[in-house]
Each structure stands twice: as C-alpha cells, then as structure tokens.
Design a protein around this ligand. Structure first.
Ligand SMILES: C[S@@+](CC[C@H](N)C(=O)[O-])C[C@H]1O[C@@H](n2cnc3c(N)ncnc32)[C@H](O)[C@@H]1O
Length: 287
C-alpha cells in the first residue's frame, strides 16, 4: 500500500490552502466583488477546515470546498464564529477567507501594547482583529507557509487600513521570529495540519516571552479515537484526520514546558471530534 510522506502531506496542505486563497482573491481581481458573486456572505464563509466529516469519507486533494465556485457552508467553521462587532471591523474578503474553527480572540484577552503571533494566519482575520486590540503600541504578526494566503492577508490589511501588522512567510514548525518575541501566541485551526506537532509546541514556547500565554482554536479528538478512527471522520487537509486528542494536546504542552494547560471543547466537529480552545502559560521565571 502506498503511504503519504510528511513532505507530500505538507504539500497537499499548501496546495489546498493556496486554492482557497485564490478562490477568494479571484487571482487578483476585485475580491469583494468575487466574494459577493460566489454567494459567500461574510457571515457564511467558505470552509476548507470544516469539510463535511462524513464517516468513511476522505476528500481528494483537488476536489471539495476549495475549488473556486464550490464553497461549502458550515456554521461550525469560518466567519460565523465572530460576533457582529468583530465582523464589522473587517473587509469582506478577510471574512470570506476565514477558515478557522473558533475565535481565538475570544480567549486571548489581548491588551494594549502586546505583541501577538498568529500561527497559520491565512487571509489574516485574526491578525487584523488582534492588531486593533493591541493598538498602535502593539504589533500583530502572522506566519503562514502559503504565498497566496500571504498576498491575500496583506491586501486585507491594506483594505482595513491596519498598519501594526507583519505577515511573514514561514513554517510553524520553525517560526521565523527570535526567542521571546511575543507575549501571546494564537492560532485558528492550523496545528492539526502540522506533520510535526511537537516541533510546533516547542516553537510556541521558544517565541513566547516568560509569562506569555497561548489561546488557540483547533480541532481536537476525544481520547478514545485512534488515529485511524480520526481519519475515517474526515481528511487531513480538511482539518480532521490530523487532530490531536485532548490528552495528546495536554501531554504535548507539558512536555514543551508549558504550565496550566487546558483543552475545552466548544462545539461538535464530527463523531467524537470537537472544535476546542487550548490555553497554557509559559512560566514567568523561565529564562
Ligand atoms: C485552515 S486554514 C486557517 C487560516 C486562518 N487561521 C483562519 O482562521 O482563517 C490553515 C492555514 O494554515 C497554513 N498552514 C498550514 N500548515 C502550515 C505550516 N506547517 N506552516 C505554516 N502555515 C501553515 C495554511 O497555509 C493556511 O493558510
């Protein structure tokens, strides 16, 4: 039987989300018009994370929701998870590109002047909202490996008139920022897509300043589901098959050095699968 290598899986993820970005940006034409044309109202975004978790189904790499003109709607994913006030702060294309499974801003409790990093920033929705929360004296970074997403995010920042943001190309397993660069790490439905989750957790710890915190949304499996059972519930690129279980998340965060890790299920994402909020703290005495 042919197996997919980590490099192949990562390339499938990159291609899937490049297609998602292109579907929203329309290859450089007016994205807001395209979004309207595609029927993707801001509150009912397309969802790649969030492809239907039908038992036994495994979406092909090229097929499914990320193809232009075939956007699927799912209330558990995307822009519908943001309140009206948050939605009003954003360009339509930023909302339409929302592919997350939660709202990390709801738990990150950002303060003026803080530096925030969003892992897998996509079209930029959480970076733009973070930038507004931390104000002119703060800074919001987004890291993403997909050029098309970075282009879309920078265009969305320009449309929103937000300047205290930096979108940086890179992988979340090797974050292109120095040690202790930020007070907060957020992420929205991305860590499940990583082929090296221990590296991601270690990198989050490294880039956080002592006393820093994480506020992450992700798909999480119940502990009794084996990796094979998770894969029966949805594809890897659709954010289901690669999900950690609750105990795997907690143990991984502890092994990386975090204190007070917690995983709170927020809503259903498939049989035995949940969207969840993950929190933890880097101890303040750590140097
Ligand atoms: C499901 S989308 C979520 C985007 C965004 N967080 C949101 O809520 O809309 C996943 C994003 O993570 C990026 N990504 C996936 N794996 C990555 C990795 N290993 N390193 C950097 N970016 C990655 C993809 O390019 C894509 O933009």
């Amino acid at each position: 039987m042919m197996t997919t290598t980590d490099a192949q899986l990562r390339e499938q993820v990159r291609r899937r989300y490049a297609a998602a970005a292109t579907a929203v940006s329309g290859g450089g034409t007016n994205s807001d018009a395209l979004v309207a044309e595609a029927g993707c109202a801001p509150a009912a975004s397309n969802s790649c994370c969030g492809a239907p978790a039908t038992a036994g189904a495994s979406q092909s790499e090229s097929g499914g929701c990320c193809e232009p003109g075939s956007m699927e709607l799912d209330a558990s994913f995307g822009a519908g998870l943001y309140n009206a006030e948050e939605q009003a702060e954003l360009p339509a294309a930023a909302l339409a590109a929302s592919l997350g499974c939660g709202n990390p801003l709801a738990v990150a409790d950002l303060r003026v002047g803080e530096r925030v990093l969003d892992l897998g920033s996509g079209g930029g929705i959480d970076v733009l909202l973070s930038a507004r929360r931390v104000g002119e004296t703060g800074l919001a970074y987004g890291v993403d490996m997909t050029d098309e997403m970075l282009t879309l995010a920078r265009a969305n920042a320009a449309k929103a008139g937000v300047t205290n943001v930096e979108f940086v190309k890179g992988s979340i397993e090797e974050i292109p920022l120095p040690d202790a660069a930020v007070e907060v790490v957020i992420s929205n439905c991305v860590i499940n897509l990583s082929v090296d989750k221990p590296a991601v957790l270690a990198e989050m710890f490294r880039v956080l300043a002592p006393g820093g915190r994480i506020g992450i949304s992700d798909v999480v499996a119940e502990d009794h589901l084996t990796p094979a059972e998770r894969a029966e519930r949805g594809s890897y690129v659709g954010c289901i098959a690669g999900a950690l279980s609750r105990t795997e998340y907690l143990d991984g965060l502890t092994a990386a050095g975090f204190h007070d890790p917690s995983v709170t299920f927020t809503h259903h994402a498939g049989d035995g699968m949940h969207a969840g909020i993950i929190r933890a703290i880097k101890p303040s005495q750590f140097r």
